[in-house]
Design a protein around this ligand. Structure first.
Ligand code: NAD
Length: 354
């Protein structure tokens, strides 16, 4: 397997260093070969190549089986015009790779229950929700405009989806649900939006091919409430772009820490772009303080969704769980009595437990 690795900026380099060690440890234990190539994106690409997304980066990522990304951005590049900023590299690489589904798990390890804002009795045995968000359609990409009218202006954004766009992400979501607890909730606003009605029709049709997966529907306003009231009821959530944008951030806050959470952006085939959800954390960069777990969980997703090697994925997640059980914490998730460790030590402890 061939993996393109993008350390990026700020803490990106530190967390990716741990990620590479975990990849090597997995290759050694499970006896497989992999090649990797490091490429530039974001601020470091601006510094070296004068552009946030060099052509070479696109080429190498496209010819890889998966991409692992740290984080990009930082105050050094904040004053550059929009199309030259590090974030333009991030949007550009997602577009170039044609990924249309964003997988955002909200996982709360039972050991970290106190980091969540929810009461322990609401959290039960921890949380494990997978939000599948459509990435390339809906209001953010639909027809939009502004005109002058009497007394001011009028502006509109259009939510539009085709059967094709819904079909491909629905199939992907049913497959994901099959690998988990076999429950899929479609979140929409089908009581008022025509696009939501189409989502329901298409998803209901595909559901006939996945009769081992339980499908249910929920309106987005109720879903926002249910995520706080009873998050344990969800397994896989499928939703359109804007609802997914909002709900995935809400769900990640239930888990209490940005540094813990992974994500994947995928398309129809097994290719995926894997990255932690946090940014480059300039306030702690270069200090060996960043939590590498979001990155290691992203690697776990890579083994599950791109390489179909679920055993390695479980191995990584169990090791993280063990290390947390033993009381080791990076600063961002530390509570009284924790054994505080830095980025490197956390990486080493997890590898030792693999
Ligand atoms: P951020 O996620 O970088 O940091 C927010 C807070 O969380 C900071 O206090 C930081 O120290 C902490 N934090 C983040 N990751 C952590 C980790 N792994 N371990 C411990 N603590 C962690 O968000 P921000 O400060 O809004 O943005 C900083 C830069 O990152 C900006 O340039 C922004 O554009 C960029 N950014 C990049 C991505 C990405 O690469 N996907 C995502 C978000 C923000």
């Amino acid at each position: 397997m061939k993996i393109a690795i993008i350390p990026g900026d700020g803490v990106g380099k530190e967390i990716i260093a741990q990620g590479k060690k975990v990849l090597k440890a997995a290759a050694h234990k499970y006896k497989f070969d992999f090649e990797y190539e490091e490429v530039l994106l974001g601020g470091s690409a601006i510094d070296e190549k004068g552009t946030p997304l060099p052509e070479e980066t696109i080429k190498i990522c496209k010819s890889s089986d998966a991409v692992l990304l740290g984080a990009v951005g930082g105050p050094k590049w904040d004053k550059l015009p929009g199309n030259l900023r590090p974030e333009a590299g991030l949007l550009g690489i997602r577009k170039a790779l044609g990924v249309f589904a964003n997988l955002r798990p909200a996982i709360l390890f039972p050991e970290l229950k106190s980091a969540s804002n929810l009461k322990p009795e609401v959290l039960g045995e921890g949380l494990d929700i997978m939000i599948v968000r459509e990435l390339t359609g809906g209001a953010y990409f639909g027809e939009k405009d502004r005109i002058n009218v009497e007394g001011g202006q009028k502006a509109w954004d259009t939510i539009s989806y085709s059967t094709f766009e819904i079909d491909r992400i629905a199939r992907r979501s049913f497959e994901i649900a099959r690998k988990r607890n076999k429950k899929l909730t479609l979140i929409d606003k089908a009581n008022v939006l025509e696009s939501s009605k189409l989502w329901r029709e298409v998803v209901a049709e595909i559901a006939k091919e996945y009769d081992d997966v339980e499908l249910n529907y929920m309106y987005v306003d109720n879903a926002a409430m249910q995520l706080i009231k009873n998050p344990g009821q969800f397994d896989v959530i499928l939703t359109e772009n804007m609802f997914g944008d909002i709900l995935s951030d809400e769900a990640s806050m239930l888990t209490g820490s940005l540094g813990m959470l992974p994500s994947a952006s995928v398309r129809e085939d097994s290719f995926g772009l894997y990255e932690p959800i946090h940014g480059s954390a300039p306030d702690i960069a270069g200090q060996n303080k960043a939590n590498p777990i979001g990155t290691l969980m992203s690697i776990s997703m890579m083994f599950k969704y791109s390489f179909n090697m679920d055993e390695i994925s479980h191995n990584i997640e169990n090791s993280i769980s063990k290390v947390l059980k033993e009381g080791y914490r990076t600063l961002d998730i530390a509570t009284e009595g924790s054994k505080i460790v830095g980025t490197e030590e956390m990486g080493e402890l997890i590898i030792k437990n693999m």
